[in-house]
Design a protein around this ligand. Structure first.
Ligand SMILES: NC(=O)c1ccc[n+]([C@@H]2O[C@H](COP(=O)([O-])OP(=O)(O)OC[C@H]3O[C@@H](n4cnc5c(N)ncnc54)[C@H](OP(=O)(O)O)[C@@H]3O)[C@@H](O)[C@H]2O)c1
Length: 281
């Protein structure tokens, strides 16, 4: 008999709309793991106390979401390679010696979804957006040896900084393109990714400023938006014969990566996706 589960969880503010707890606990149940995932609302000025509490209670790790992804770094003992390159942590993992190590699984989740349909190596990629999601995806694609990444962003400084960061820290060619008016994808783009918040609930009819006839059937078109999973962009891309990847895949796969870090078990992504599909309808 053992009445003491291993504990992991999430620190975010706000926290009530984050469905991760449902997805992770569905995997724990399915695999008979004696683990619990606690969804905690932690304001910015209580983050240090929350991390100290997790250490004191022997938590195996935790996810961090807004507004803690960068601030948490000051409270950790080290960073994994992609978290260091991204400059943000969304998954903290307790190492064997008890140190808390920051990892970033957002980009890894995206990469795994992509690799289910095509390898990243050698691909020419266009990423819309230059925020946290775009940064995590761009770093992970570069580490997976994508040939070229175009960062397409509305705000010049943010986009230029991300393109420079990729070009100077990885072997991938990267450039910035200023997004003004309707954007036309070059014919040689292999993978186009919406990493902006355009289309997120409740703004579900919002459309990317994109010339839809530049979408070609050979392209993979991905969206980070998890809710709704079928965005206007993905509808348009599927209608043109593109291979499409939705934001639920990224969300599920970053969860799979986090659970693997914590428990060592490779859980069934389909169980987690089914739970999210039941929630998002
Ligand atoms: N599926 C998943 O697992 C997963 C994981 C992480 C995030 N996400 C999703 O990713 C999205 C972005 O998150 P984030 O953390 O990267 O946000 P963020 O850091 O705030 O960045 C938002 C990006 O979207 C761009 N943007 C927003 N509205 C725009 C508009 N109307 N026109 C053009 N560009 C616009 C911003 O451009 P400017 O720089 O010009 O402001 C910026 O580049 C969110 O919707 C989130 O739900 C999904």
């Amino acid at each position: 008999m053992n009445f003491l589960p291993q504990i992991v969880g999430s620190f975010a503010d706000p926290a009530s709309e984050n469905p991760t707890v449902e997805m992770v606990e569905a995997a724990f149940r399915h695999h008979g793991l004696h683990w619990r995932y606690l969804n905690c609302e932690v304001p910015a000025n209580r983050l240090a106390a929350a991390v100290a509490g997790a250490r004191a209670m022997g938590w195996a790790g935790f996810n961090c979401s807004l507004p803690h992804k960068v601030a948490v770094i000051d409270h950790l003992d080290g960073l994994g390679e992609s978290a260091r390159l991204i400059g943000a942590v969304n998954c903290v993992v307790r190492a064997g010696d008890g140190r808390f190590i920051g990892e970033n699984t957002d980009g890894k989740g995206f990469l795994r979804s992509l690799q289910e349909v095509t390898p990243a190596a050698g691909k020419r990629v266009a990423i819309f957006g230059a925020g946290g999601a775009a940064r995590a995806i761009a770093v992970e694609l570069a580490l997976a040896e994508a040939a070229e990444i175009s960062i397409v962003n509305r705000t010049r400084e943010r986009g230029e900084e991300l393109a420079r960061h990729i070009a100077s820290n990885t072997a991938t060619r990267a450039r910035f393109e200023h997004w003004r008016g309707l954007y036309r994808l070059a014919a040689e783009v292999d993978v186009a990714i919406n990493a902006t918040s355009i289309g997120l609930f409740p703004d579900v009819d919002a459309e990317l400023p994109l010339e839809l006839d530049s979408l070609r059937p050979a392209m993979v078109v991905a969206d980070v938006i998890p809710n709704p999973p079928r965005t206007r962009l993905l509808e348009a891309a599927a209608a043109r014969g593109c291979t499409v990847l939705d934001g639920l895949g990224m969300l599920v796969n970053q969860g799979v990566a986090g659970i693997r870090y914590w428990t060592g078990v490779d859980v069934d992504a389909r169980v987690m996706r089914a739970r999210l599909e039941a929630i998002f309808g």
